[in-house]
Design a protein around this ligand. Structure first.
Ligand code: PEP
Ligand code: MN
Length: 352
């Protein structure tokens, strides 16, 4: 159910409608819009009467939302969601690029890569401290030490940090250190983790499950918003198909489909989507062309010796190529990509 307030409805009127919704045992979600405020309602709405709410002071109309997902749908919020970070925004005209290694391996490794990522102009540094690995014998990540290194790199290079929370136990730690909490493909339907992340105070990047439909993905995002976290971005990272020429099949056709149905920003991961570094740039171009709000790519200063996902990790020079290309292409889709950063970062930061 969605309550649309009249243009010019006062804050008091909005608050009083919210109190009324709460008195019915339901949860109100006020959504300020460019023209007017809407209030999404979640909870079991059983026999709720539209008329009862439509008659409240300041209310223009009460609408039943037809889609199974409510708060993530454009029916409820027509304006695109924008997520603010220090110095940039995800979901607006600026393309946001998150780049970095699959896993944080050491301070030296992360700092070497982070410096190149920053110089190339990307806004965010990625890197897993808690890694979901297919084999229990593979490198599992540095844990909290990895988060500390990420936080140090944020200070040294002025990059926002996105890193994965793998379970409810490490979510609190990740929330403490990161600027954005990644929920990985394998956890897209881990509903208890989603509920906890919905109560976190940091934005969430929700990767699409390995075999998830668009509706399942949006329903997973709904868990986050239903708990009160509206700072959510979706990430297409490829799905499992019969195709064996690539690690996954990057489903770029989902990007305009999400844009039609939801107001949430969508970013694309051509690294996990293809599994090969020579495919990353072509698919990154295509992702921007179909309307992605940004990209997340893996990069490593020495991919041959990376602890994970070396084959799909870009060499640093390829991160520069990607950013250079984006700056040229973005205006064709009415977007822009940030400039390269020429400033010298202190060699102390890089070498110690
Ligand atoms: C990752 O980003 O390194 C990762 C594990 O991604 P996904 O959850 O999409 O497999
Ligand atoms: Mn990876």
């Amino acid at each position: 159910m969605l309550i649309v307030m009249k243009t010019g409805a006062t804050a008091d009127q909005v608050a009083s409608v919210c109190r009324h919704i709460e008195s019915l045992g339901l949860k109100p979600h006020p959504i300020p819009g460019a023209e007017r405020t809407a209030i999404g309602i979640t909870g079991n709405q059983g026999a709720l009467e539209l008329q009862e709410l439509a008659g409240l002071d300041g209310v223009a109309e009460a609408i039943r939302v037809t889609k199974p997902y409510k708060l993530v749908s454009r029916e409820v919020k027509p304006d695109n969601t924008r997520i603010a970070f220090p110095g940039f925004e995800l979901g607006g005209a600026e393309l946001v690029v998150m780049a970095g290694p699959c896993a944080v391996e050491s301070r030296d490794q992360l700092f070497r890569i982070a410096e190149q990522v920053a110089r190339a102009g990307a806004q965010m540094l990625r890197g897993g401290a808690f890694k979901p690995r297919t084999s229990p014998y593979s490198f599992q990540g540095l844990g909290e030490r990895g988060l500390e290194i990420l936080a140090q790199a944020r200070e040294a290079f002025g990059l926002a940090i996105v890193t994965e929370a793998m379970d409810r136990e490490n979510l609190g730690l990740v929330e403490q250190y990161a600027d954005m909490i990644q929920i990985g493909a394998r956890n897209m339907q881990n509903y208890s983790l989603l509920r906890d992340a919905g109560r976190a105070r940091k934005p969430v990047l929700l990767k699409r499950g390995i075999a998830a439909t668009l509706e399942e993905w949006l329903m997973a995002a709904e868990y986050l918003l239903a708990e009160g976290n509206y700072q959510v971005a979706l990430c297409e990272r490829g799905v499992r198909t019969f195709a064996d020429h690539s690690r996954n099949t990057l489903d770029l056709s989902v990007v305009p489909a999400v844009k039609e149905l939801s107001h949430l920003p969508v970013i694309v991961d051509p690294s996990h989507g293809t599994g090969r570094r020579d495919r990353v740039l072509p698919l990154a171009r295509a992702a921007v062309a179909v309307g992605a709000d940004g990209l997340i790519v893996e990069a490593h200063h020495d991919p041959e010796h990376a602890a994970s996902d070396g084959l799909q990790s870009l060499y640093p020079r390829q991160v520069f190529e990607l950013m250079d290309e984006l700056r040229q292409w973005a205006p064709l889709v009415k977007r822009w990509a940030p400039p390269a950063r020429a400033e010298a970062f202190s060699s102390h930061a890089v070498l110690t």
